[in-house]
Design a protein around this ligand. Structure first.
Ligand SMILES: Cc1cc2nc3c(=O)[nH]c(=O)nc-3n(C[C@H](O)[C@H](O)[C@H](O)COP(=O)(O)O)c2cc1C
Length: 368
């Protein structure tokens, strides 16, 4: 998961004219930008002043996700697209600013399973009471607050509205970004699972989502481990799933519809489909070695068959000509051998007029 880029919203939480918040936010962005580039992080500065959210004015509760107003829809889209947040917050009367609480209250699931770091500022306590206050609120939204923090005592830090240089403070800010990014990666499976819906899955705790070119690294590893048995059975390494480069995997992920089964950030299995004329091509059906024999491959094949495009007349797949086990299993699934050139055997299954493909029991694997 760690190869994916991370999008971080830097939220400046004060709204007063002449507030110090924007200067603290600018210092933070300038300080962490080089590290963000190294880590593949996109930093998006947002001030609650520019966002101009009125006091919560939606009729439905945020948990419903039903938003009437454009300002809510815009805010929802921004938070939804983010992987983590750094709140630049002052302390007002020993607590967080009302505008910050209001911005949090507007939304629900958009915040869930994302890390939130804090850069606080204030007088005697350097804004730390504001952070303590915010932490109780954000955990209710399933935001995960960081331990790493930066707390600025204004009298020690600010000169004529500008922050004095301080190498130790700069290092602490980079530390916040580092921890935020690690946590954003670690929580990604939680976010993906929360968004994947509640359909039936073949492995407890697993979830399904479409694979994209961003998943190429995981797909490459799965291919390399899944097609070795086929290489042994057919006495050849000339199998696309074993030979493809990362770029080639990325390219086909952009054109095929590929379904991945995941658990806790691990890709457990996959299958890809593509319509070519009236044929529904199914391939790259693979399951990790430790979960074979539990019906996962059959379940993935069922998903691929159930997704058949209307108007397709047959499902087409292929496997190694000497992959007897696979061929037997595909026959048990209702496929019949169409052709074999000595290296590859093609199998087909008719699609009934109503499109409801029958999936008998068994455990197929190794479709190319
Ligand atoms: C309404 C209000 C309440 C404040 N309460 C506190 C406080 O409880 N503790 C503190 O250290 N500073 C407090 N301050 C001082 C702020 O920390 C300081 O003015 C800071 O610059 C505010 O951030 P801003 O300029 O971004 O609005 C308060 C300031 C305001 C405007």
């Amino acid at each position: 998961m760690s190869t994916k880029s991370v999008r971080v919203l830097v939220l400046v939480c004060s709204t007063r004219p002449g507030a110090l918040g924007p200067a603290v936010g600018r210092w933070l962005i300038d300080t962490i930008a080089p590290r963000a580039t190294e880590l593949g992080v996109e930093l998006l500065p947002v001030t609650l002043c520019d966002l101009a959210l009125p006091f919560l004015d939606e009729e439905e509760e945020p948990a419903s996700g039903v938003y009437r107003h454009e300002h809510t829809k815009r805010w929802s889209a921004m938070v939804d697209a983010a992987d983590g947040f750094i709140a630049v917050t002052p302390e007002y009367n020993y607590g967080m600013p009302a505008a910050f609480k209001n911005a949090l209250d507007y939304l629900g699931r958009e915040w869930a399973w994302k890390p939130m770091g804090f850069v606080s500022y204030g007088n005697t306590s350097a804004g730390t009471r504001s952070v303590q206050h915010a932490k109780q609120v954000v955990t209710t939204l399933r935001l995960v607050p960081l331990g790493a923090t930066v707390a600025l005592r204004i009298a020690d830090t600010v000169d004529h509205g500008r922050l004095r240089p301080d190498a130790g403070r700069d290092r602490a800010a980079v530390g916040v970004l580092d921890e935020l990014v690690r946590l954003a990666h670690a929580l990604r499976p939680m976010r993906e699972r929360a968004r994947s819906g509640s359909g039936e899955v073949p492995v407890p705790g697993s979830y399904v989502r479409p694979l994209t070119p961003d998943d190429a690294a995981e797909v490459l590893v799965l291919q390399r481990c899944c097609w070795v048995e086929e290489a042994l059975a057919n006495d050849t390494l000339a199998i696309p799933a074993l030979e493809e480069s990362l770029e080639q995997v990325r390219a086909w992920l952009a054109t095929w519809q590929t379904t991945g089964l995941w658990r806790d950030g691990r890709l457990l299995g996959m299958v890809r489909t593509l319509r070519v004329d009236d044929d529904w091509h199914v391939g790259r059906l693979g399951v990790v070695p430790d979960l074979r024999g539990r019906g996962v491959g059959r379940w993935l094949l069922g998903q691929a068959e159930a997704a058949v495009d209307g108007g397709c007349r047959r499902i087409v797949l292929s496997t190694g000509a000497r992959s007897q086990g696979n061929i037997r299993l595909y026959h048990a699934q209702g496929y019949r051998t169409e052709s074999s050139d000595g290296a590859t055997t093609s199998l087909t299954k008719p699609v009934p007029a109503d499109g409801a493909v029958q999936v008998p029991g068994g455990e197929p694997a190794g479709a190319r």
